[in-house]
Design a protein around this ligand. Structure first.
Ligand code: OGA
Ligand code: ZN
Length: 366
């Protein structure tokens, strides 16, 4: 990876590819005081107003590219910064490599809360683990005064829903959601009916006096990978059909559509949706639906199988942070006669956690 000059052209060389860097691309990145507000890193000029810019003079010295543009502006560029932008080193996928897991996962990624947690190196490590495994557990988080809200806001900003800034998960009479009963919840993703679907779920255990009520997690991307390898036809239909998800109560009707396995343009996993109490597949041709139902049954079997599921008990003070676009979560049933079980939950979005991760990477020079 190199930058070199060829007769006033700036050439970027990566492997065997040589590309000329457009002069406007460089001119836009002039960082001198007159052109950039140092307080916010925002441009003080509008590069969309620039006319045909060419490079009048170019030199490279000690990893510094020195350019004079045709509008008379001269500026120096740090070549390391330019190459890091080309290689997208700041991007999440270049900062953290996902590790897909199944029930053989040995240790849950676990961190211990302390007073200065929010801007600590531990928080950086936590966020990296979160993107690696799709979840983390934080122990010893204060349980008073809805502390979950403070915790969420210390990473980014809470994402309110029609349940409020946060919600209480305990068994109540006439609940508007099965979560508010003592029934088992099979592995699911939360709120696929919301637009956009909340990215990250935080669940804080406040009280746990029951012998049941274990938490379960499944890595949806791992299961989808398994399905792709073992049953490509099922995989394909689940990545193609957009299903409608719907939530109804006395105040609101929420709807959103999406694939059970959503891929991005490069066929990488983007998002898993699974909530079989709220899903409505469109009326397709019978053969198509036959295939879809077989595929849904298969993925449901996989999500519910011991092969992929981990199971553990949250203790009072524990916060479980789960990527709701990748993992499925659930719980085993419990008996309300044994005592109390009380969790508090809320959502944050990926821009919060990704933004914090980049900030801490900058802060600790990592
Ligand atoms: C939920 C949920 C799990 C639990 O509230 O969305 O899945 O352990 N709860 O009660
Ligand atoms: Zn849930």
């Amino acid at each position: 990876m190199k930058i070199e000059l060829n007769n006033k052209k700036v050439i970027f060389i990566n492997d065997h590819n040589k590309t000329e860097i457009h002069p406007i691309w460089l001119r836009e990145r002039v960082r001198d005081e007159k052109f950039l507000d140092k307080n916010n890193d925002q441009r003080l000029f509008d590069p969309s107003f620039l006319n045909n810019i060419i490079i009048k003079n170019a030199k490279i010295n000690n990893n510094i590219l020195d350019l004079t543009f045709s509008d008379g502006i001269t500026s120096k560029f740090d070549i390391n910064k330019l190459t890091s932008e080309f290689l997208d080193t700041e991007s999440l996928s270049n900062t953290v490599k996902q590790k897909l897991w199944d029930s053989s996962l040995k240790n849950n990624p676990t961190y211990k809360f302390n007073e200065n947690f929010s801007n600590s190196k531990d928080m950086f490590d936590l966020l990296k683990s979160f993107y690696k495994y799709g979840f983390v557990i934080v122990k010893n988080v204060p349980t008073e005064n809805n502390y979950i809200v403070n915790f969420a806001n210390s990473i980014g900003s809470i994402r309110p829903t029609n349940f409020g800034d946060f919600f209480n998960v305990r068994s109540v009479p006439n609940p508007n959601d099965l979560a508010y009963t003592s029934l088992a919840l099979s592995p699911h993703t939360d709120n696929p009916y919301r637009k956009p679907v909340p990215c990250i779920q935080l669940l804080h255990c406040i009280e746990s006096e029951v012998s049941g009520g274990f938490s379960t997690l499944v890595d949806g991307f791992k299961v989808a990978t398994y399905l792709k390898e073992n049953n490509p036809e099922y995989f394909k239909i689940l990545t193609k059909i957009k299903v409608k998800f719907k939530f109804i109560d006395k105040d609101v009707i929420l709807e959103n559509k999406g694939e059970l396995i959503e891929l991005d343009k490069k066929n990488n996993f983007k998002q898993i949706r699974f909530n079989t109490r709220l899903d409505y597949v469109p009326l397709l041709e019978k053969n198509q639906l036959e295939l879809y139902y077989k595929a849904r049954k298969e993925i449901s079997n996989l999500y519910n199988s011991e092969k992929f599921r981990i199971k553990f008990k949250l203790a009072p003070g524990d916060i479980m942070m789960v990527d709701n676009h990748r993992l499925l979560h659930g719980r085993t049933a419990y008996d309300t006669n044994e005592g109390k079980r009380f969790l508090q939950g809320c959502y944050i979005d990926h821009d919060s956690s990704e933004g914090k991760l980049r900030h801490l990477k900058r802060k600790f020079n990592l």
